[in-house]
Design a protein around this ligand. Structure first.
Ligand code: PLP
Length: 351
């Protein structure tokens, strides 16, 4: 965890302290390795030979490719086509790690072939890629499906983020009043928020939580709290979540890891009880990429497009707090690095 002193100076903050936890330092560049390693370990222990998965931003696919290689497993990744088409270097990284990567929808599954018949260049979605992965794992021996977000076990693995941060705050004698994270399905947000939220529920601390989303997939902001499927082809069990509907079509964005129709059941429950709040930023992504540039120029780290939503919301909350004039510490989670996302920066900031 770091204190964002240069960012505080740049924003001329007098009352607000900003801290950030870094998950971009993992081998493949994001928080996703926290659960990839655990899931690959248990799959290998159960005698599986192949891990099959979906990926949006590509960070999860890379993390699972890495974990599978370490455990001696094969890895097959169904990657949302709208991202597969521009993140060539991340695709190469997955291939270097030994994974097989298919643009989704693909010709590898009956569901993918059906979608390609209606649109040969279908841009895909996380919900579609999950459907393809589940179908593939179901029809291939010794294969098991591994999901990168949403489900309880994923959030439990990710809670190492918040557990570490609680210890780090103890070391410096401070405490966060507000915790901010970007949210697509909820794994990095849950990872940092849940250990703190547990203490809030036990009345051991006071803290607020804010999820930052895109207007193309504002599941916590505009979704309904009801049972829904986690994938488009309806292979998953029904989950109680804030959802926009599993068949909703959402336009691709550069932070495509946030383009998912529903939020994790654990986060949805906290939202339902008023503990987690959420806000969504415009689909043109200008404001979030500008926040990421400010963060780079102040702190020196190039972050993933998804993480820039956390930075934007943190900056906005800090400026709001300065007007209110309260002493406040804000903690945000930097979920990944942006070294393989340069084309998105170039396009969004017109460079
Ligand atoms: C760097 C990064 N942050 C955040 C997310 C959003 O996922 P989640 O909501 O599960 O944290 C992704 C998803 O691909 C990601 O790659």
């Amino acid at each position: 965890m770091y204190r964002a002193l240069k960012l505080e100076q740049h924003l001329k903050l007098k009352k607000t302290r900003i801290y950030y936890k870094r998950e971009d330092l993992s081998p493949t560049g994001s928080h996703k390795t926290n659960t990839a390693l655990a899931q690959a370990y248990f799959a290998a222990k159960e005698g599986k030979k192949t891990l099959v998965t979906e990926t949006g931003a590509g960070q999860w696919g890379t993390a699972l490719s890495h974990a599978a290689r370490l455990m001696g497993l094969d890895c097959i990744v169904f990657w949302v086509r709208s991202v597969y088409n521009w993140k060539h270097d991340r695709r190469t990284l997955m291939n270097l790690l030994g994974a097989t990567v298919h643009a989704s929808p693909s010709k590898q599954t009956a569901f993918g072939r059906k979608l390609l018949k209606t649109d040969a260049n279908h841009h895909g979605s996380l919900g579609i890629a999950v459907s393809e992965g589940l179908e593939y794992a179901d029809t291939h021996e010794d294969s098991v499906y591994s999901l990168g977000s949403v489900l309880n076990h994923v959030l439990i693995h990710q809670s190492i983020i918040g557990l570490e941060t609680i210890k780090q705050f103890k070391l410096i004698g401070d405490n966060p009043d507000l915790i901010v994270g970007c949210l697509g399905g909820g794994s990095n947000f849950g990872g940092i928020a849940l250990p703190f939220a547990g203490e809030v529920l036990k009345k051991k601390r006071k803290c607020e939580f804010l999820a930052s989303q895109s207007d193309v997939a504002p599941n916590l902001v505009k979704g309904k709290y009801e049972y829904d499927f986690g994938d488009v082809a309806e292979h998953t069990p029904l989950l109680k979540m804030y959802t926009l509907g599993h068949k909703t079509s959402m336009h691709p964005i550069k932070a495509d890891g946030l383009r998912y129709h529903a939020a994790a059941p654990l986060i949805s429950a906290l939202r339902h009880h008023g503990i987690v709040k959420a806000k969504a930023y415009p689909a043109d992504e200008k404001a979030v990429f500008e926040a990421a540039r400010t963060f780079l120029q102040c702190e020196g780290w190039l972050i993933a497009p998804e993480s820039s939503y956390a930075v934007r919301a943190t900056i906005d909350e800090a400026l709001k707090n300065e007007k209110a004039g309260e002493e406040k510490a804000i903690l945000m989670n930097i979920s990944g690095h942006g070294f393989l996302d340069i084309p998105a920066y170039r396009e969004k900031l017109r460079m």
